[in-house]
Design a protein around this ligand. Structure first.
Ligand SMILES: *[C@@H]1O[C@H](CO)[C@@H](O)[C@H](O)[C@H]1NC(C)=O
Length: 445
């Protein structure tokens, strides 16, 4: 019945009793009459045309291949009568996944749970006894097969990953209604610096609109959860003062990605200020490791070196080397858990602030920048293959020449202390890479 409404609205614009319709001179129908009626088309044929036209419209708007119509229909369905996927059985699974092992354990919603860091954080939380519910939209920015494989890994540990978008307010409400989350670990984002030139809208959709949608759900929740989320070292942009400290300026981003992460930090300030949400932002520095992202240099260098394909190594405009503060994923996970453990409770409830709440920002880096050339020579040694290298000047499309974290603050406040150097970390990555791609012969990515 509800699905008929839009069609009835279309029908409203034509008379319900065609036979009695007397077109006046200004009516647009008049034109049709003049053109068709007198000679070839009897009056009823004209109205059959209208009828067929609206039938075609009806089919068009109810077709699932039409994305807008599909979306509005889905959200309508969610709010009115849940589909089987959101029914009582689904809710039971959601609750079971989010249930901590002990009374003192956290109940955490992890967004972007099928992503690289999201997967590792989820596993880390589950391992120590917290309850974890994952959420991920499984978008096609990179190989969905890899995301699905991470999901299987999570499921084997008893973690359910709901397929859905953080922009879906109805779904978020359903999740918050089903579970009283104590914490939200927000890792969902559109990642990648260069891709922003191809698809800028995706960054706005995930990193800005999606973040706001999530904060809206958190603010309305009762009790409000504490939020820890992934910002980025890219907010330091074109800064030349090293190491990067949290108090340094972050107003000269070099990419749209960086700009949307910086926007996220400002949005976090607003939601903390107005609604009393406890929010901690973590500025990640080039996180790498097993189950990593195929769009990152260490990952596709490995792939290309093994295939004998030439790799491009960037240098700065003055022939300097490009360097990154590579941070091993297990170290980052420890930082994330430290942030959760030290997060104070949000002070508001049901959309009302009751007092000042915690707002923090931390660098999570390794404090040891490594030139990209060194990264390549470590990979050559581990893979036992000589790379075909081509040194080119770094294009000015979003990358910054170097990153270097000051992690003093994270160390004092979170007990953060990275222990894995690049050689050790890459060894673990390569071991995973060979076992994952070597045995499965994946070609789709
Ligand atoms: C690192 O950050 C701390 C504050 O967290 C600051 O006191 C210190 O001066 C910074 N160190 C450097 C070398 O910039």
């Amino acid at each position: 019945m509800t699905q008929l409404k839009p069609i009835l609205m279309h029908l409203d614009s034509i008379p319900s009793t065609p036979g009695k319709f007397k077109p006046d001179k200004s009516s647009p129908y008049n034109l049709y009459r003049l053109r068709f009626h007198p000679t070839l088309f009897p009056r009823f044929t004209l109205w059959s045309f209208f009828f067929i036209f609206f039938i075609v419209l009806l089919i068009f708007f109810s077709s699932p291949s039409n994305p807008t119509a599909g979306n509005s229909r889905r959200s309508l369905k969610n709010s009115l009568s849940p589909s089987p996927a959101l029914g009582p059985n689904w809710e039971r699974r959601v609750r079971a996944s989010a249930r901590p092992r002990s009374k003192t354990g956290f109940t955490v919603l992890v967004t972007g749970a099928a992503g690289f860091v999201g997967t590792h954080v989820s596993l880390g939380l589950k391992r120590r006894g917290d309850g974890v519910l994952g959420l991920d939209n499984f978008n096609q920015y990179y190989d969905v097969g890899l995301k699905k494989a991470r999901q299987s890994l999570l499921e084997r540990s008893g973690i359910m990953v709901v397929k859905g978008d953080i922009n879906d307010a109805v779904l978020l409400r359903k999740l918050f209604d089903a579970v009283a989350f104590t914490h939200v670990m927000h890792m969902a984002a559109q990642a990648g610096v260069r891709y922003a030139m191809q698809n800028p809208g995706s960054y706005v959709h995930s990193n800005i609109a999606g973040f706001v949608s999530l904060l809206e759900a958190c603010k309305m929740a009762n009790p409000q959860p504490s939020i820890v989320w992934a910002s980025s070292s890219s907010v330091y942009g074109l800064n030349s003062k090293v190491p990067f400290s949290e108090k340094d300026r972050t107003d000269q981003p070099a990419s749209l990605y960086a700009a949307t992460k910086k926007a996220g930090e400002e949005i976090a300030h607003t939601y903390n200020h107005i609604y009393g949400l406890s929010i901690t932002g973590l500025r990640f520095f080039t996180v790498y490791g097993p189950w990593g992202r195929p769009d990152m240099a260490y990952f596709f260098f490995t792939k290309d070196i093994l295939r004998g394909k030439e790799i491009k190594i960037f240098e700065t405009s003055d022939q300097g080397s490009v360097a990154r503060d590579f941070t091993y994923v297990d170290d980052v996970v420890k930082g994330c858990l430290g942030a959760l453990d030290t997060a104070k409770k949000s002070t508001g409830s049901g959309g009302k602030k009751k007092g000042a709440a915690q707002l923090r920002i931390f660098n999570l880096g390794n404090t040891k920048p490594v030139p990209v050339g060194r990264l390549v020579s470590i990979l050559e040694k581990l893979l036992k293959v000589k790379a075909k290298k081509k040194v080119i000047q770094m294009p000015r499309n979003g990358d910054v020449p170097f990153t270097h974290a000051n992690i003093t603050l994270a160390h004092t406040e979170l007990g953060y202390k990275p222990t894995t150097d690049l050689e050790m970390g890459l060894k673990k990555f390569v071991k995973w890479y060979v076992s994952y791609y070597g045995s499965k012969k994946k070609s789709s990515w």
